[in-house]
Every structure is written in structure tokens, then in C-alpha cells.
Ligand binder design. Structure first.
Ligand code: GLU
Length: 467
């Protein structure tokens, strides 16, 4: 198997798409490179009193829009090349779904399971301190968010540290994915998984495209396999099931399980909580390896873990007709070619997992506006609907029950508005990308890249070179 270099993989996909645009080569080169790469090392004192050196990165890929935006991951696989690739993907992803940020990404090379909560807090705070000192964080500069191995708790520490050492009225906007009490937004935790669901549902609703795949349109009854039951995979699976799909297989770090009749997500999750993994779950067959389930019979395969999961090794055996890339970079370019030749529809990461950053955008807007969505208009809307309903009651002689009134005269609260904004974003972007795919006779990944490159290129083209 060829050596895997993630940033080069992203650029390969970029070059393929760039050939369909009329953008100047110099501008394309500028668009591809990472503007700023920060490598930090710092010591922390461990609980047992020893000193340990920690290594981390923050990469700002493109400043064509500010702030730059992207998650921070805690994993042993973090390195400079990976962080650059993920930062670049953020630029293209934001552009594809019209989220007005440049791309960025950060990472700390640690195995979280080997540190206490106190140590992780120390690492997070010290990393944030480095970012502040180097001018790599701020509501108008660069705004981190959760990614693999991080969540609301870490984002809360980042905000708290930032607030302590800066004097910024917009401090809450320095990071997204925070706990609600610290300025987070309702719906952010579920956002990436929910976005995956909206994207897959939109693809499945296109009767013409489904006919080509030999699938009935609609999500009802579709069988799917998910890799990773972390935040993204869990919520993607949950919304897919609520939408009518059937989960037939799950891959986790310790094992993979398969049951063609369906697996109960809540039951599996409680088994996982109790046993620390899914190995031995007896309402499904445990397969020989933790990746074998990716090759099992299903309509949709949702890789929702790390990059480089579908590769030359397993792609020839994958049976799914739709690959829904919930993770960043799960499919290598070699695997992409193999799957495409087999006729699969790949809904690419640079569109499909944009739900997280889309809702991060809403959170950031809330923070710099200093007002919760819905606070101004919710009651006003409700009163207006009630007036209309009372006119309907008068002219139709029909009276609405209290329950009907509550349902019909509901104003949009924060969660409703976030959901509505997310749904609109995912549907609109899918159809834009699918149209480009058809115009150029390419795949959706190339379509999403063309869409992004054209949008970013337009801005770069008008920016001028200074000095
Ligand atoms: N880490 C997520 C991603 O890769 C979210 C980024 C964000 O919200 O800024 O898209």
C-alpha cells in the first residue's frame, strides 16, 4: 500500500477539481497552501509530580475570510501533516456550504486515556495560553471548536483561559461548541450528526440519482453501517433511525458487530457504557475484526471515525451503494477511485460533515450579537399566529383545542432556528454540488471542491497582493 500523506491527498482532490475552473495557477497555489502553521511544545506537571513535554499544533489554512475556524483534536495520530490537511478541508468545507470562515485546525498529540481530568484541563489551558500569546485565537482571528477527542468541557476551559488573559467584550466568540451556560448554542452537540442525516436524506430523495444506483428513493428502510459511535457517529445513527433507516452494523475501536435485522442503538449504547466497548454484544454477531463490518451488506456506509479508513485494502470488498463521509478524510483517493468504479455514490466529507461548523457559525453569531436566537421574535410570532388562528376560528366556526393552538402558534426558539438553519444549509449546498457534478460529469467530491474553489477564488481574485 502506498504511504499515506493526508495533506497531499487533499491537494490531489483539489487539483483534480481546479482543472475544471478558470482560476489563475498562482491563485490556486495560494489557495492550497497553509497560511500559518504554529507548532508548540510546553511542559506540564503530571499528578505524580513528574514533568512532561506536550506537543501541539494550530494551522490557519486560509485567511480569505476571518475568523478562521476549525476544531482541536486530541489524539496520538495528530501531526503537522494531518493538521494541515484538516485545516485545508475546513476552508473548502466552509466555502461549499457558505459558512463565511477561513479554514483552520488544531491538535495535541496525547492519548487522552492516559491522563486524569485535571491533567487534561492543564494541557488545554496551557495550549490556549500559547494560542493567545501567538495571536492564534480570538473572535475575529481564529475560533477553535470540538473535534476528535474534545468536547464542550474542553471548549469551556479554552473560553475561561482566554477570558482571564484578554480584555475582550466578544470573548465568548473565541471558541464554539461550549457548554450552553458559557454561551454555547442549543443543537451544537448534535449538529454534525444531524447534518449528516440531512445530507444523506437529500441525496436519497433524488429519484433520478437513486435509479442510477438501483435504490428506491427515500430513507425509509435503508440499511446502514456506521463506523464510530462518538459524537458524530452516534447522532448520525440516531437521526438516520428516527428518519426510518435501519442500523445493521457498527464498528468501534474494540470490535465490530452486525445484524441484518437491525440493531437497537439505545440498547447497544447502554451495553457500551456498561462494558467499555461493544465486544460481546450478543444481540448481533461479533465479526472477526473491528473493520470487517465495513465490508458487510448494506445500502449506506457511514464512516464517522478517523481518516484513512476506506483504503486500497478494503475498498474492493465494500458493498454499500452510498458512502456517507461523516468523518474527515475517511476515504483515500485510491479507495475513492475503486468505489467510484464500482458505481457507489460518495457523499464527501467536504460537504457532509459541515453541520458542525455550520452550527458553530450560528453560535459565533449569537456570541458576537450578545443575544440568543429567538429572544426578540418568538413571542411576537406566536401572538401573530394566534391572531390569524382566531380569525380562522371566526370565519370557519371551528375552534382549536389548547393542544392544537400550542402546535400551530409556535414561535421559533433557539433550537428550532438552529435546526432550520442547518437543514436549509445542507439541502441548498447538496443541490448546488449535485448540479455542478452533473454539469461537469464528475463526482460529488470534485463537485464540492469546484464549488469551494470558485467561491474562494473569487475572493482571492479581488483581494489584491499587499504590498
Ligand atoms: N471539528 C468540526 C469539523 O471538523 C467542527 C469545526 C468547527 O465547528 O469549527 O468540522
Amino acid at each position: 500500500m502506498s504511504e499515506y500523506k493526508f495533506f497531499e491527498q487533499v491537494n490531489k482532490a483539489f487539483d483534480k477539481a481546479a482543472a475544471y475552473t478558470k482560476i489563475d495557477k498562482g491563485l490556486l497555489d495560494q489557495m492550497k497552501i497553509c497560511n500559518n502553521v504554529l507548532h508548540v511544545t510546553f511542559p506540564i506537571e503530571r499528578d505524580n509530580g513528574t514533568i512532561e513535554v506536550i506537543e501541539g499544533w494550530r494551522v490557519e489554512h486560509s485567511h480569505h475570510k476571518l475568523p478562521t475556524k476549525g476544531g482541536i483534536r486530541y489524539s496520538m495520530s495528530v501531526n503537522e501533516n494531518e493538521t494541515m490537511a484538516l485545516a485545508a478541508l475546513m476552508t473548502y468545507k466552509c466555502a461549499a456550504v457558505d459558512v463565511p470562515f477561513g479554514g483552520a485546525k488544531g491538535g495535541i498529540k496525547i492519548d487522552k486515556s492516559k491522563y486524569s481530568d485535571r491533567e487534561i484541563e492543564k494541557i488545554t489551558r496551557r495550549y490556549t495560553y500559547e494560542l493567545v500569546r501567538k495571536n492564534f485565537i480570538g473572535p475575529g482571528i481564529d475560533v477553535p471548536a470540538p473535534d476528535y477527542g474534545t468536547g464542550a468541557r474542553e471548549m469551556g476551559w479554552i473560553l475561561d483561559t482566554y477570558r482571564q488573559i484578554t480584555n475582550d467584550i466578544n470573548a465568548e466568540g473565541c471558541v464554539t461548541g461550549k457548554p450552553i451556560a458559557q454561551g454555547g448554542i442549543r443543537g451544537r452537540t448534535e449538529a454534525t450528526g444531524r447534518g449528516v442525516y440531512f445530507g444523506v436524506r437529500e441525496a436519497l430523495s433524488n429519484a433520478e440519482d437513486m435509479k442510477e444506483l438501483g435504490l428506491e428513493p427515500g430513507i425509509e428502510g435503508k440499511k446502514f453501517v456506521v463506523q464510530g459511535l462518538g459524537n458524530v457517529g452516534y447522532y448520525a445513527a440516531k437521526f438516520m433511525i428516527e428518519g426510518g433507516a435501519v442500523m445493521v452494523g457498527v464498528a468501534e475501536i474494540d470490535a465490530s458487530v452486525y445484524n441484518p435485522d437491525g440493531i437497537d442503538l439505545a440498547d447497544l449504547m447502554s451495553f457500551k457504557m456498561e462494558n467499555g466497548g461493544i465486544k460481546g454484544y450478543d444481540k448481533a454477531t461479533t465479526l472477526a475484526t473491528n473493520k470487517q463490518v465495513l465490508e458487510m451488506e448494506c445500502d449506506i456506509l457511514i464512516p464517522a471515525a478517523l481518516e484513512n479508513q476506506l483504503n486500497e485494502g478494503n475498498a474492493p470488498n465494500i458493498k454499500a451503494k452510498i458512502i456517507a463521509e461523516a468523518a474527515n478524510g475517511p476515504t483515500t483517493s485510491e479507495a475513492h477511485t475503486i468505489l467510484k468504479e464500482k458505481g457507489a455514490l460518495i457523499i464527501p466529507d467536504n460537504y457532509l460533515n459541515a453541520g458542525g461548523v455550520t452550527v458553530s457559525y450560528f453560535e459565533w453569531l449569537k456570541n458576537i450579537q450578545h443575544v440568543r436566537f429567538g429572544r426578540m421574535g418568538k413571542r411576537f410570532e406566536e401572538n401573530s399566529y394566534k391572531k390569524i388562528l382566531s380569525v380562522i376560528e371566526t370565519i370557519s366556526e371551528r375552534t382549536f383545542s389548547q393542544k392544537e393552538l400550542l402546535h400551530l402558534a409556535k414561535g421559533g426558539g433557539e433550537e428550532d432556528l438552529v435546526d432550520s438553519g442547518l437543514e436549509e444549509t445542507m439541502i441548498t449546498a447538496y443541490n448546488q454540488i449535485n448540479e455542478i457534478r452533473k454539469i461537469h460529469n464528475v463526482d460529488l467530491r470534485t463537485g464540492a471542491f469546484i464549488s469551494a474553489i470558485e467561491k474562494v477564488g473569487l475572493i482571492y481574485g479581488q483581494m489584491g497582493i499587499f504590498p
